[in-house]
Design a protein around this ligand. Structure first.
Ligand code: NAD
Ligand code: WQD
Length: 340
C-alpha cells in the first residue's frame, strides 16, 4: 500500500481527495495546521471510507518541523500539496502572508523531496493563471497573464518553482489548474466550510437559501455575455478529487511524458452567474433572494476550460452535472445548519 502525504487534507478539496485516495487503496497521511479547517473533517472522512486517515497537525511554514516530520515518515511515495491560503481579496490586503504561506511551504516540501528522493508531487494550481483569456475555451498552452493579485501570483511562481526543480532533479510534478470547484460529497459528511462571509458564489447561494445571508448580490449584469453576468466553469469537487488520484497514478507508474506537466481541470462548459442561480432554484425548489449590483473589481468576464488534454492524456473527464453539484452543496449546507 503506497503512502501518500496530503497537505491541507482537512480542507475543502483536500478532504474529498483523501476519500478518493483511500477508496483507490492508498494509505494517506494528512498534515494541516487547521488555519482554515477543523478536526471534525477527520470524522467525516472516516464515516465515508470507514478508515481513519493518519493525521498530524503541522504548520508547513515551520521549516524545522517539516524536516522533523519527514524524518519520522521515511516511506512517503508521493505528495499532494493543497495547503495554501486562497482568499484573493485577503491576499491584496496581506501579500506577505500569502507569499510566505503559499511559497515557503512549497519550497520546504520540495527541499525535503530533493534530499529524500520523493519524486512524485501534485500541485494545486488555478485557472487564475490565465487571467482574462484571449480565446475560449482555454487550453493549457494559453499564455499565463500578469497576475492581478498576490494570490494569483503565488500560483504562477509556484508553477515556475516546480518547473525549475524538475529541471535539476528527479522530481516529477503535475500542476492541476482547477477551474471553479463547487459541491460536496453526496453523503454530506464533508463539504466546503468557508470562514466568515463567503467570497465564492455557491457557498453564498447556499447560505442565502439557509437564511444565514439575507440576499445574494449578483456582481454585474452588463458584461458582454448572453445574460450579462460572468461565465465560469463550475466543476464538482468529487470529479476534481478523482483527477488527483489519476494524476498521482500517472506519476507513480512513470507514465508522464515530461517531468513537469500541466492539466486543466474543468467541465469544459461555461455557466453564467444567473444560470447557476436559476439552476439552484430549479434543483432544490428553494427560492433565492438576490439582486443585481455593480461589478466586482477584478472579475474576469468569461472563463472555461478546454478539457481535451485531461480527457485524452489523463483519461479523466468530469462526470457530474451542475445539478448534482448544487444539490450536494445544498444537502451539505442543510446539514451544517441543522435544517430538516
Ligand atoms: P482550503 O482552505 O479549504 O484548504 C486548505 C487547507 O490547508 C486548510 O485545511 C488549511 O487549514 C491548510 N493550510 C493552510 N496553510 C497551511 C500551512 N501553512 N500548514 C498546514 N496546513 C495549512 O482550500 P481549498 O479550497 O481546499 O483549496 C486547496 C488548494 O487548491 C489551495 O492551494 C488553493 O489555492 C487551490 N485552489 C482552490 C480553488 C477553490 O476555488 N477552492 C481554486 C483553485 C485552486
Ligand atoms: C464566481 C462568479 C462573481 C459571489 C475565485 C478566485 C479564483 C479561484 C476560484 C482559487 C463571478 C460571481 C460571486 C457573489 C456573485 N480560486 N459572484 N456574487 O471569482 O471565478 O474565482 O475562486 O484559485 O482564483 O478568484 O469565483 O466563486 O468568487 O465567483 O455574483 O456573492 O460569481 O462575480 O462571476 P471566481 P467566485
Amino acid at each position: 500500500m503506497k503512502k501518500i502525504l496530503v497537505t491541507g487534507g482537512l480542507g475543502y478539496i483536500g478532504s474529498h481527495t483523501v476519500v478518493e485516495l483511500q477508496n483507490a487503496g492508498f494509505k494517506v497521511i494528512i498534515v494541516d495546521n487547521l488555519s482554515n479547517s477543523s478536526l471534525d473533517v477527520l470524522e467525516g472522512i472516516t464515516n465515508i471510507t470507514k478508515t481513519p486517515p493518519a493525521f498530524e497537525r503541522l504548520d508547513l511554514r515551520l521549516k524545522w518541523d517539516v524536516t522533523e516530520f519527514f524524518k519520522e515518515h521515511s516511506d512517503i511515495a508521493g505528495i499532494i500539496h493543497f495547503a495554501a491560503s486562497k482568499a484573493v481579496g485577503e491576499s491584496v490586503e496581506n501579500p506577505l502572508l500569502y507569499y510566505e504561506n503559499n511559497l515557503n511551504t512549497l519550497i520546504y516540501l520540495l527541499q525535503e523531496c530533493k534530499s529524500r528522493g520523493i519524486d512524485n508531487f501534485i500541485f494545486s494550481s488555478s485557472c487564475t493563471v490565465y487571467g482574462e483569456p484571449d480565446t475560449l475555451p482555454i487550453t493549457e498552452t494559453a499564455p499565463v497573464k500578469p497576475a492581478t493579485s498576490p494570490y494569483g501570483n503565488t500560483k504562477q511562481i509556484s508553477e515556475e518553482i516546480l518547473k525549475d526543480t524538475c529541471a535539476i532533479s528527479s522530481l516529477k510534478s503535475i500542476a492541476l489548474r482547477y477551474f471553479n470547484p463547487i459541491g460536496a460529497h453526496a453523503t454530506a459528511q464533508i463539504g466546503e466550510l468557508p470562514a466568515g462571509v463567503p467570497q465564492n458564489l455557491v457557498p453564498f447561494i447556499t447560505q442565502t437559501a439557509a437564511g444565514v445571508r439575507q440576499e445574494l448580490s449578483v456582481f454585474g449584469d452588463d458584461y458582454p455575455t448572453e445574460d450579462g453576468s460572468c461565465i465560469r466553469d463550475y466543476i464538482h469537487v468529487v470529479d476534481l478529487a478523482k483527477a488527483h488520484v489519476i494524476a498521482l497514478q500517472r506519476l507513480l507508474s512513470n507514465k508522464n511524458e515530461t517531468q513537469f506537466e500541466v492539466f486543466n481541470l474543468g467541465t469544459g462548459r461555461g455557466s453564467s452567474v444567473l444560470e447557476v442561480v436559476n439552476s439552484f432554484e430549479k434543483t432544490t425548489g428553494e427560492k433565492l433572494n438576490y439582486k443585481i449590483v455593480a461589478r466586482r473589481p477584478g472579475d474576469v468576464i468569461s472563463v472555461y476550460a478546454d478539457t481535451a488534454k485531461a480527457n485524452k492524456v489523463l483519461g479523466w473527464k468530469a462526470e457530474k452535472t451542475m445539478e448534482d453539484a448544487l444539490a450536494s452543496a445544498w444537502k451539505w449546507e442543510k446539514k451544517v445548519r441543522e435544517i430538516k
